[in-house]
Design a protein around this ligand. Sequence first.
Ligand code: ADP
Ligand code: MG
Length: 711
Amino acid sequence: MTTKGTLSLRNTSGAATAALQPVSVLRGVGPQLAAKLEQFGLKTLQDLLFHLPLRYIDRTKISPIGGLQPNMEVVIEGEVRAADIVFGRRRSLVCRLQDSTGVVTLRFFHFNRAQQQQLTAGVKLRCYGEVRRGSAGLELYHPEYQLLTSTAPAPLEQRLTPIYPASEGITQLRLRDLCQQALQRLTQQDHPGRGLADLLPATLLPAASSRYSLLQALELLHRPPATTDQGLLSSGEHPAQQRLVIEELVAQQLSMLQLRARVQSYAAPPLAAQPQLCQQFNDQLPFALTAAQQRVVAEIAADLAAAKPMLRLLQGDVGSGKTVVAALAALQAIGNGYQVALMAPTEILAEQHRDTLSSWLTPLGIRIGWLSGKQKGKARQLQMASVADGTAQLVVGTHALFQEEVVFAKLGLTIIDEQHRFGVEQRLILRRKGYAGSVPHQLIMTATPIPRTLAMSAYADLDCSVIDQLPPGRTAVETLALAELRRSDVMQRVRAACHDGRQAYWVCTLIEESESLAAQAAEATAAELQLQLPELTIGLVHGRLKPSEKSEIMAQFKAGEIGLLVATTVIEVGVDVPNASLMIIENAERLGLSQLHQLRGRVGRGSAVSHCVLLYAPPLGRIAAERLRTMRATNDGFVIAEKDLQLRGPGELLGTRQTGELQLRIADLQRDGHLLPEARRAAEQLREQAPQLVEPLLARWIGDRHRYADA
Ligand code: ADP
Ligand code: MG
């Protein structure tokens, strides 16, 4: 790798001003076209050039007609043998074109008299089009064509023809022309490269793509020579493509590193380790920490002891024991006289945390506060007051914790549990709850593991700790998928499990995210199950119940007074009842992988062999089938997370909130994710060795989109 001071650039002078000229400098771009281009985000020459072709067609050589296959996009030359108007379902002009190897049909549904007169027997044509299987054998529908005269043999294309992403009202020809013009303007500056400076030193690029300057890469992609490897181009793995991809990924890493550096430039309270308190805590725990838990506890403890804010992501599979890790982190803050806020995404989960943490921490003399959105009046006033005067040392709650009017006396640490779908923006808001020039440390615990590529991109501003081990004595959940018509068999399973003193969940799902419809469905199901299984005590929870009703039922289930709990997906996260060993998920085909995995994580928490039955309504679509197959095949949340990313893509996985943050123009995380470690390294080196290049790179790739002035 490079050593300090040896970074050399092809050219950084002259800035990238030429590239930032508006598209209106190009020939043929009036206000109307400029407005249309702007709709597609194409405002400058650089925008145009970063608007890469989707694919290419090869018009550089003539294909023999005898060798045509359906779906080929080809150039052919031949002589018209016959041309007739055919009155089928639609009137069409049909020509037979022949070369020395064979005959093919050209079919035109729209044609004018001039065309009809032109296309007569004996005329020689060159045609471009896509081969299809038609009623008269192989056909080209509406081919572009050109008359060939013996005097002026038309030259063939020298380059592959780019096909740009469809942009309504702008033809391919027009886009091609504009891109060519833009390239010309940028390459024909007085100094080569001046129009679009190379900001990434070649030494930081992977060897293959370092052959290309940025402009050369763009030129190749907009006008690939006939000899370009089309296989590489179409898979996006051509070094010229990768040259752009890596630059964009480096820019994205830079923006995350910058964000992180900005946060770390703030002061945070250094929280000294609390060995005695932790010892006391561990002594009264009914279990010993696993090696993995001990490791991450130590990582967090070291962060907390520093005077800059911790920003740590704690990943661990469902049931890996993240709560106890959070409790130890909280102890360290509390031992130093600071408050801790612990936020959970749902009321049920927040209550459960309140109860678990109270049972662990109250014996140590720690005061627990509680804030939820549904709390009203006097109760809320009292809680707010105890948060504000510091009486509450650990404050557990839902999003309500982070409302404007909640003021902490001395907040030292925020812990966010079970969040998957939160963006950088949300992380920043929490930080503002600090006090007097200091920001709290932050620990974020994920609901399910995050695929590596996302951890390295969307979460690249965070340090990461992983609990890669489950507590001892867990057995994998056996999962099966059954079609709906086996419902009564499934009920017998529930009966048998409850008979053996075990408990079960029956989860109802709906397509709409409407909790009231889901609640109705759950009510109906509960009634049906009670009818079929009269001897069972059946409980019902859904989001429409009052918090007190919900917690009452959860408490009864936990105490074993309820055998079967019918629920909506409100029990998705965190609920912990070790004696429950059977879970039925209705309409499992409607749920995503991480949701299924979360739900299934409610069982397999005790020592009994647990089962999860995925009931589905056939026929299964391809993706749904793939999901159910994955669920049957593995219990490993890390494997499931990767599969989920593969099936859904990063946008869906992160939720709409983050897609904006991760909007990549050219790179594709699924295709290019393997370049992330390299991009990360390059970004770190660049910050250290050529900090003057950071801003221009961010401006080029990220613009205003991803700047957090208030970080
Ligand atoms: P998650 O990581 O899904 O949040 P929890 O923190 O809810 O997991 O822990 C799941 C269950 O495992 C809880 O009942 C918890 O008390 C228990 N547990 C956690 N750590 C251990 C351990 N080291 N040994 C045994 N049980 C543990
Ligand atoms: Mg948890």
